[in-house]
Design a protein around this ligand. Structure first.
Ligand code: ADP
Length: 615
């Protein structure tokens, strides 16, 4: 069987080997065992069910929550020669009848369905009359109240096990804590399922978090400037922020499109399509954007504000680097994000769950430690590496303070002097020596702590307060968020415990670190002819436009880079390129090898000619 699935993978997808857990999940599906597979975004979940769907007798039904994603998946499958269709509300009645006809005639291997379709008795009746291989529930976390994306439509999916006796159900998701996993199994009534829980880690993503102050634009511009031609998303919390930031960036010459739920559908769709088709490389959006986006070469994500949970953060940053190449995630956060979310979330019945999620997110931002480890641990997994080499902390972008005790004692004394009755902002203002309305009102300018950290910036002092909170020397009273000193905090006064405090490194040092990172990028680009890559990209864009599909459906960036490295000029050579299966070889082999031949002929004698001879 190993041979068969390997052959299917290379024949249709043009991939040489499986990623972690893919082979195991495929084998269980072929052995007719219910499965629950948790793999990170970009981990390759689709192949886990698409490969067995091709091998098994009958048609697999894939329940998927997003119509746009369904269409992209089906388009991609058709491109590589696999019989797939979808049934959802976007189809005309003629198209629907055509799909029903194909199902009845037994020609389809995969059918994508929106969950609400299965709540219709007539649809289930229809499917019972068809030879089915198995069901797949994609984005299965949507079934659980404990997850971050609960959908009412998913709740009824337990009916599959009741009504389709003997047909296996396979659940897939990218983000599931143990609690959500248990819930998925219970709700879907999975029978002794096999589990494949991959590491949630995304080693190709570099995470950074920076406390923002004042104007956001310079931070954002700084990131964009480094990657003028690469794709990125700026996520904002509110629609007004989207409009403001998008406009400002456009006026500064950083071409981008906005996206949020308040825009007319038509324009929103047009902007999303422009991004998918690679006509624009930057989108400024609320989190409404991205659910239907499968563009695999997104190189950076900027959060202009903090999301409400680690699950959301993981999902939003997860959209970067799906092609496995390095990508950067920047979080620009502040304490006001926490308060905004508290206000927006209100006191719902699930108050404690949402609040804990929010706090975990905030702690992620302010902490001093490996960010990959924090994320992995959050999803109840162990992190094996000493150091991730892919977060601001592990890359040495922070430096420890040489005299942390003095700073810590100043802050804790201030909290004591205000009798533990005030919040962080007020404490910071006292330490900085700002004569605010409240300080005058409470006569806090008379306290010894007033101005005691005058030479430091407000952001620095606030950062130190958050670090003391994160390390448990301070705590917040739940309702009014006033700061109080913990038992270990009291030991700091005597110097029995010395907290570890750190600050971002200076610009000069940052340049040195960036130089090191550039070396890493150069390794990724080793041997790639960037001029040829641009030509190949333009061809891909043209083909995508002609076919009216997103560019990655023609070829992913990794494939184009491989072409620009290997420079194949024959069909044989082209077939060895990453991501080229039989259908793509037939469709695009001649088109791309011709471009490469032409490029090499026009190139002055040098590398290209040697390459041509050697192939
Ligand atoms: P997920 O649904 O888990 O986010 P996808 O199934 O969309 O991930 O896969 C992400 C990308 O990785 C896709 O471009 C896919 O074709 C590619 N991919 C999946 N499995 C492999 C593999 N074994 N080898 C190379 N690329 C793969």
């Amino acid at each position: 069987m190993g041979n068969t699935i390997q052959n299917v993978l290379s024949e249709y997808w043009g991939y040489e080997s499986f990623r972690p857990f893919q082979e195991e999940a495929i084998s269980s599906i072929l052995d007719s065992k219910d499965t629950l597979t948790v793999l990170p975004t970009g981990g390759g979940k689709s192949i886990c069910f698409q490969v067995p769907a091709l091998i098994c007798e009958g048609m697999a039904v894939i329940v998927s929550p997003l119509i746009s994603l369904m269409k992209d998946q089906v388009d991609y499958l058709k491109e590589i020669g696999i019989a797939a269709e979808c049934l959802n509300s976007s189809l005309s009645s003629d198209d629907k009848a055509g799909v029903m006809h194909r199902i009845k005639s037994g020609n389809l291997k995969l059918l994508y369905l929106a969950p609400e379709r299965l709540s219709s008795e007539s649809m289930r009746e229809f499917l019972r009359g068809v030879k089915l291989s198995f069901f797949v529930i994609d984005e299965a976390h949507c079934i659980s109240h404990w997850g971050h994306d609960f959908r009412e439509d998913y709740r009824g999916l337990g009916i599959i096990k009741d009504e389709f006796e003997g047909v296996c159900v396979h659940a897939f998701t990218a983000t599931a804590t143990s609690q959500v996993q248990e819930d998925i199994i219970k709700q879907l009534k999975l029978e002794s399922p096999h589990f494949y829980i991959g590491s949630v880690d995304r080693p190709n993503l570099t995470y950074r978090a920076l406390r923002r102050s004042g104007n956001l634009i310079p931070y954002i511009v700084d990131v964009i400037k480094k990657r003028p031609d690469e794709a990125g998303i700026v996520y904002c919390l509110r629609r007004v922020d989207v409009d403001k930031i998008s406009e400002k960036l456009n006026s500064l010459g950083y071409q981008n499109l906005p996206y949020h739920a308040g825009m007319p559908n038509e324009i929103r769709k047009r902007n999303q399509d422009a991004f998918s088709a690679e006509k624009v490389s930057l989108i400024v959006a609320t989190i409404a954007f991205g659910m239907g986006i499968d563009r695999s070469n997104i190189r950076y994500i900027i959060h202009a504000a903090m999301p409400k949970s680690i699950e959301h953060y993981q999902q939003e940053t997860g959209r970067a680097g799906r092609d496995g190449l390095p990508a950067d995630c920047y979080m620009l956060y502040s304490g006001s994000d926490y308060r905004t979310w508290e206000y927006l979330l209100g006191y719902s019945t699930q108050g404690k769950v949402t609040r804990d999620k929010l706090t975990a997110m905030y702690n992620f931002c302010g902490r001093l430690g490996c960010r990959h480890r924090y994320l992995v641990n959050y999803f109840n997994q162990a992190y094996q590496n000493e150091d991730c080499k892919a977060c601001d902390y592990c890359l040495g972008e922070f430096e420890e303070l040489s005299e942390p005790l003095i700073i810590a004692q100043n802050i804790l004394s201030c909290v004591k002097q205000v009798r533990e009755k005030f919040g962080a902002s007020h404490v910071v203002d006292i330490l900085k020596g700002n004569l605010t309305y409240n300080i005058e009102r409470w006569k806090h300018e008379r306290l010894p702590a007033f101005s005691s950290l005058q030479s430091e910036t407000k952001v620095f002092i606030r950062n130190m307060v958050e670090q003391l909170l994160e390390q448990g020397f301070l705590d917040r009273e739940l309702e009014f968020k006033t700061l109080f000193i913990t038992d270990s905090g009291h030991k700091v006064f005597s110097g029995d415990i010395v907290p570890k405090l750190a600050k971002p490194i200076t610009i000069q040092k940052k340049k040195e670190v960036e130089k090191k990172r550039k070396v890493r990028r150069d390794v990724d680009w080793e041997g790639i002819d960037e001029e040829l890559l641009q030509i190949l990209r333009a061809k891909r864009r043209q083909l995508a436009e002609e076919k009216n599909v997103p560019a990655y459906i023609i070829f992913g960036d990794k494939t184009l880079k491989d072409m620009a490295r290997v420079k194949p000029v024959s069909e044989d050579g082209f077939s060895t390129i990453f991501g080229v299966g039989e259908a793509k070889l037939i469709q695009y082999g001649e088109i791309f090898t011709k471009i490469i031949r032409k490029y090499l002929e026009s190139e002055p004698v040098g590398e290209g000619v040697v390459e041509l001879k050697s192939r």
